[in-house]
Design a protein around this ligand. Sequence first.
Ligand SMILES: [Zn+2]
Length: 374
Amino acid sequence: MQHQNKFDSLAHWLCRLGITAGYARLRGRRLTTLCYHGISPRYNRSDELIVANQILLDSFRRRLTWIATHMRFVTLDMVLGAIERGHRLPRRPVLLTFDDGLLNNIEFALPAMREHNVRPVFFIPTEPLDHPSGLLWYERLGFIVGWAPGQVLNVPSAFGKGLPISTPAQRESSNEVAFDMISRLTRTHREEVLLELNGLNKPATPQEETHSLFYKHMTWEQLKGISGEWVDVGGHTETHAALSRMSDEESTREVRENMQRLFATLGVKPAAFAYPFGSRDFFGEREENIVREAGYRIAFSSLSPHKSADARFAMPRRNVYKVSFDFSRPFSPECSIGRWLGPENNGAWPTLRRFLARVSRIGCTGCSPRTERH
Ligand SMILES: [Zn+2]
């Protein structure tokens, strides 16, 4: 398996400038792993703040076509073959991964991927599949802090006094404070606190359509229907836990129970794991050991590939977000910045987009298919 090379930083910057054909060329045989969450055919502008990790289906389809033309889709088996047996990956290898087990992965992303014979990895937190209509715990918290009425977020007395929510910036920082407190609790305690917070603040709830498009999880039956044949299934803890904040016992339980339930239900021992939240704030040596000892063969993070070498239990990935309102983390493997800003922009920045689209064609080697030797 090829590790970091001297062109990685250059490749990263070419990519951010939209010259992604240059990116593909410079990667050589180094694996690019993309991390998606949701794919949806539409969203309402009023939902923007809460669907930041959703990619529109049209845009996703174009990205797939681009990758199929310029790079090579690989499977988890091929990556394991490279790591464990020294097999060579094809040039410009790309592995697609989807976190969190959202229903829209099956409804929209999978049919698009099947057209290109892509075999992705779905990383599944198991407890949400028991209640597919529910939100993940930190999403529930996000809604409470984001949508609570008034100027102050009421918190249970054990957590001190209320948190300010007069402005969007205050809501954001209060959400971080609340997240930090709640992520350290045991599973049961966390549930109790969330229920209490909800009762104290009575936030609005997402519209039905938004909820089912973006937040609904797949059921166990649905996962069984695709596992093995169309996707590889990996672990993502029982409850999407912030592992590094928990006790040894609790974090081990989150990893092991998740794996055991996937194994028992699907009949296949999962080989790969993805750390929830994925940054170094949420996993370290202790978590890597827990995952290795649970029997996983590889683990993926959200560490940036141009800053981190490929390490078997901390494989870097590129997060693919809706980029409209987050220019600091743009990435999508497409040929021009115009398309890269894409329909997710929904009309924002049209002039800038047209200008950048024109400029970025300089240096782009074009989208026509090329034959290639491996
Ligand atoms: Zn996740």
